[in-house]
Design a protein around this ligand. Structure first.
Ligand SMILES: Nc1ncnc2c1ncn2[C@@H]1O[C@H](COP(=O)(O)OP(=O)(O)O)[C@@H](O)[C@H]1O
Ligand SMILES: CC(=O)N[C@@H](CCC(=O)OP(=O)(O)O)C(=O)O
Length: 296
């Protein structure tokens, strides 16, 4: 009789799957909002890998909602058009010409790339922006920033409808205003937080291009309470593009999201590492009175 060789790689694969069982059970039916930042998108392979993780989550009974950014892609088109752009506290100062470019790039180019990548991996995805079904209605956050929106009304039924039909929603952070002729550019982290809050999501994952929230010594802090985040923001340890992420995390926790993780989206299978392993990834921000990660 021919004997099959024991390949150690296969044994590891089987063990990894077996060890994922308690996490699959814990997250079954959970809503996980994933913010996919422009810097985390990388090349076509990174996009395909992200899409595969999302499709796998859906396959094992999690309800993923993707909210994306696309800052670098907006920068590219603004540059080609000769439009100057600057950021204040991690948010783009957005005049009328800029908001038109933002809407074109985010709801067109970037949104459809992600939708296509998910479908290429065998999932079902539908792309929408905050304007669709009035999902996200905004007001001006600060006149100094121009058409930058702060979400004031969320209508997430459309997301629930898509999820219950087995469809993965992919949301571009562009919103309508109280006056329907207005278009707002919303920071991707802010939009993801507002959506996670309105859905009372179990997890909000903010994928970026750093390993997590770093302390003064430059080390990633694996678990933080809101008070610790506030202290690090106050003393300037948290700065630049990290500010909208931690602001978002605190607001989302207040609104009932159970935990927010800031992690490096360029790490292979970042989402799977966070959701399905004991190790987790990046920095988990949650209230001190909630039990720790593994026994939760
Ligand atoms: N304490 C901190 N820990 C980690 N990153 C920080 C911190 N303070 C500022 N940053 C900066 O925030 C950046 C992440 O924000 P951003 O570039 O806007 O990401 P994305 O495009 O993925 O939304 C990091 O690359 C880093 O330069
Ligand atoms: C108001 C504001 O700053 N909007 C962002 C929207 C895109 C985004 O958030 O992209 P990343 O996640 O890739 O940074 C912008 O204009 O760049």
């Amino acid at each position: 009789m021919k004997k099959r060789a024991m390949n150690p790689d296969f044994i590891t694969t089987a063990r990894t799957l077996s060890e994922a069982l308690p996490y699959m059970q814990r997250y079954s039916g959970a809503i996980v909002v994933v913010k996919f930042g422009g810097n985390a998108m990388g090349d076509a392979d990174a996009m395909a890998e992200f899409a595969r993780d999302i499709v796998l989550m859906r396959q094992v009974g999690i309800n993923p909602v993707v909210v994306h950014g696309g800052g670098p892609m907006i920068n590219d088109l603004l540059k080609k058009l000769g439009i100057q752009s600057e950021f204040v506290r991690g948010k783009r100062v957005t005049d009328q010409a800029t908001v038109e470019v933002v809407e074109m790039v985010l709801t067109g180019l970037v949104n459809k790339r992600i939708v296509q990548a998910i479908m290429d991996e065998g999932g079902r995805a539908v792309g929408l922006s905050g304007k669709d079904d009035d999902l996200m209605v905004c007001e001006m956050e600060d006149p100094e920033l121009g058409w930058v929106g702060r979400p004031v009304e969320m209508n997430v039924q459309v997301l629930r409808d898509l999820m219950s039909a087995g469809i993965i929603p992919v949301v571009a952070p562009v919103a309508t205003g109280m006056d329907p002729v207005e278009t707002f550019n919303v920071n991707g982290d802010t939009a993801a937080g507002a959506i996670a809050g309105a859905l009372k999501a179990d997890r909000l994952l903010l994928l970026t291009d750093v390993a997590g929230v770093k302390n003064k010594a430059g080390e990633v802090v694996t678990q933080l309470t809101p008070d610790e985040v506030r202290a690090m923001t106050h003393d300037g340890t948290i700065a630049g593009g990290m500010i909208p992420k931690t602001e978002t995390a605190l607001k989302a926790l207040d609104e009932g999201v159970r935990g927010v993780v800031i992690l490096d989206g360029r790490v292979p299978n970042a989402c799977l590492l966070e959701i399905f392993t004991e190790h987790g990834a990046g920095s988990l921000i949650k209230s001190a009175d909630l039990p720790p990660r593994v026994t939760e």
